[in-house]
Design a binder for this molecule. Sequence first.
Ligand SMILES: C[S@@+](CC[C@H](N)C(=O)[O-])C[C@H]1O[C@@H](n2cnc3c(N)ncnc32)[C@H](O)[C@@H]1O
Length: 289
Amino acid sequence: MSGDNREINHSLPIHYSQNYLISEGLIDRLLQQSNIHSNDAVFDIGAGKGILTKALLNMGCKVTAVELDEKNILYLKKRFSNEKRFTLLRGDFMELPLPDGSYKVFSNIPFFITSDIFNKITQAKNPPLDTYLILQKQAAIKYSGTMETTLKSLLLKPKFNMKIMHRFSRNDFSPKPNVDIVLLHIQKRKFDEFTMKEFELYRDFICYCYKNNRTFPKRIFSHRQLKELRIRHGISNYQTSAIAYEEWIILFKCFLQYVSDEKKSQVTGSYRQYLLQDFKLKKQFRSRE
Ligand SMILES: C[S@@+](CC[C@H](N)C(=O)[O-])C[C@H]1O[C@@H](n2cnc3c(N)ncnc32)[C@H](O)[C@@H]1O
């Protein structure tokens, strides 16, 4: 389902998202701290003039640069024409297929399609092992659940570990962005927390709880189960954003093991409803731009 219901608004000015990185030294330092190594296949989404591509090639990586802007495409072609480990994919990243083999991503992405890029990467059949995205701080906080638990972070956490690795100065870009920018590391978990079937039920469970944020404990669990959760696991505050991921896992496991099938069926379809609502919201937002 990677980006399959996305409507691209080609009337959007792509220059809107052209905040170029300017410090090669900083990029080298960040790459040194990353899990990217020589011979890795790495995607640079929105390669621009190629500052990240160049640093990755210097490290010995095989780089696939993706770029939409014709001017940048011509520039990249010229700049890297002699590089054997360089591939240029011209066009919209959202329209391009992702590889079957193992790969990583290190990108300063076009901010106006952050959520589309995020969805495409994290919902891919074969997601990258390590993804490093330079993106707006607010978006990184929302996806990673850094300040408080969010619905988006809960949907991602069974499959990915996420951590803000670096906070940029606005002076690290040209032109200077008018929002704070960070580097977010998204690492595919080595072992799945759940089977596929359990994961589908987990997503429904989480979306149902967020939708019924005041009433879900009583709708789902019996009085006795709530007492057990309080005594054994210390869970008594059911405000969704205050429940840590580890506690959500305990709640879900209790739901999985002890809740009747009849009660379980009430959460079915909640994730689908959430996706539809999210899609409608995005459509409204885009048509207002
Ligand atoms: C924030 S700039 C980053 C440029 C460069 N990587 C850097 O760090 O200096 C984002 C780049 O993404 C390109 N871009 C915008 N929309 C895109 C899309 N849908 N697919 C691929 N590239 C896109 C823009 O033309 C721009 O060069």
